[in-house]
Design a protein around this ligand. Structure first.
Ligand code: SAM
Length: 284
């Protein structure tokens, strides 16, 4: 069913992250019907429009270097009642892509924004990584400078849920090296070129994946999502609670002296300490 776009509305439209077929019917309808499309790179968007035989309406650029100026232009167009679509080169606009300033300013000026959802590399990667999905954090791109990148990873390494970030061809090797230094025994998933011809997913410890990439430098070419398993929560049962539980059971059947003696033999613990614990339990 074809929808009609509304006047004076900004549509934030997700586009494919590789495979051009990964676009929704609604996205195509919106791109066909809006008065103006603002695109991160008009050349990339033209290719997509051509693929679907959409004659471009007015097509302008909106990228990180001109977003402020474009925002006032877009607000002006909205006030003239125009319908507008915002797209990025790939995936969902604003997700490690420009548009945040624009959306803020459109909302501040009282116009409505509607999402036309679709592909997003981090969600695509998470859905096949085999890591917990009940909670996760997304960090975008890690800082480029080695010191800042290390500082950030040192924070991330203490997070208990799945952590996700984007990485580029030029930095993938350095990032894998850093992860293998800082987190030698953490499960890592590297999702490469998702939905494209050379899609690959690497899983294991960072040093194993790093070794593969060093052996085959061509693997570094492409777009990557890196996912880290969260740090494992410490076991709830400490030896303290084990001791208490053991004494509790022994005291149910034996006099205190015997219970403590057996607990010492089983746990190799200190007799005095276990005796105190046993006394405390008896006095409860
Ligand atoms: N807005 C996009 C989204 O919704 O995922 C992300 C844009 S960001 C500028 C580009 C980064 O996303 C790439 O450097 C890579 O880390 C990741 N990415 C995009 N497409 C990808 C793909 N097909 N496979 C793996 N990672 C991808």
């Amino acid at each position: 069913m074809n929808m009609m776009v509304e006047k004076a509305k900004l549509y934030v439209v997700a586009t494919p992250i590789g495979n051009l077929q990964d676009i929704t019917l609604r996205a195509l309808d919106v791109l066909k019907q809006v008065d103006v499309i603002f695109a991160e790179d008009t050349r990339v968007t033209k290719k997509l429009l051509q693929q679907y035989a959409i004659a471009p309406p007015l097509l302008y650029s909106c990228h990180e270097h001109n977003e402020a100026g474009r925002s006032s232009q877009i607000v002006e167009l909205l006030s003239q009642g125009k319908s507008i679509a915002l797209v990025s080169d790939a995936g969902t606009p604003l997700i490690s892509d420009p548009g945040f300033y624009l959306i803020q300013s459109v909302k501040e000026n009282g116009f409505s924004v509607e999402t036309v959802p679709g592909a997003c590399a981090l969600i695509a990667a998470l859905s096949i990584a085999g890591l917990p999905t009940d909670a996760f954090s997304f960090y975008g791109f890690l800082p480029a400078k080695p010191k800042a990148k290390k500082d950030k990873l040192q924070l991330i390494m203490h997070v208990a849920h799945t952590c996700i970030f984007y990485e580029s061809t030029h930095r993938i090797l350095a990032t894998l090296k850093l992860i293998s230094e800082l987190l030698p025994q953490r499960k890592v998933v590297v999702a490469k070129e998702l939905t494209k011809q050379h899609e690959q997913v690497f899983e294991g410890w960072a040093c194993e994946i790093l070794a593969q990439f060093e052996k085959e430098p061509l693997l570094c070419k492409g777009e990557f999502v890196i996912l880290l398993e969260g740090v494992k929560a410490p076991k709830l049962e400490t030896s303290e609670t084990n001791d208490d539980r053991l004494l509790q059971v022994l005291l149910r059947h034996l006099p205190i002296k015997q219970a403590v003696q057996i607990a010492v033999e089983i746990t190799n613990g200190k007799k005095n300490a276990l005796y105190k614990k046993a006394l405390a339990q008896q006095n409860r």
